[in-house]
Design a protein around this ligand. Sequence first.
Ligand code: TMP
Length: 220
Amino acid sequence: MPAAVKKQRASGLLITFEGIDFSGKSLQAELFYQRVVESGNRALALRDPGATSISEKIRAILLDNRHGEMSPWTELLLYEAARAQMIEQSIKPALQRGSVVVCDRLYDSTTAYQGYGRQLDLTLVTAANHIGACGLAPDMTLLIDLPVPIAAERKKQLKRKKDRMENAGDDFQQRVRGGYLKLAADEPGRIHVIQGDQPVELIRDHIWHVFTKRWPEFRD
Ligand code: TMP
């Protein structure tokens, strides 16, 4: 049997990438996705919020700089609504097909950004996350950790216009980073902290090593 067929899984895996803005996690999610595809496995790459028509529309509302008046509670619920749609419409069917679903952010972002960043009540944020997750939890999460001053420098170098969340400021990003590290300390079996201040290829290889250590059937 060809390797590509042999390696297909009966039930999929949900792998999420997390990190503060400009941590480099989206690039790493993309590189990881490519590597899964190259290994001959079915894969799907998504971003949260996004991926479906409804969720992308909600994303546009969330990131629009003209929406400075948005209540943090509205923000929380919109992230959950976008996620619920993506999970039901895209992620669950892909997992049933046996795909490796690579998700750029999921509910850990909500805990970090709305819980720690916006300082909403963590019990309520967790309850909202339960609704938005529609019964799913990531099999593994890669947290790309980067000190805020380095992320701020990357942000400065990047000439494009920044969105509403990216404009939230360094103190906000500090709280978000602290929240992520707390989550990782609480769930070391699922959340792996990857040092983001390293060359892209090193980070990519480190992530693949962590992943294939847990699921050796993906090794080349
Ligand atoms: P992105 O930059 O990874 O595409 O995500 C868009 C922004 O939304 C980013 O600033 C992080 C933020 N965000 C939250 O505040 N809460 C969430 O639950 C998610 C998924 C993202």
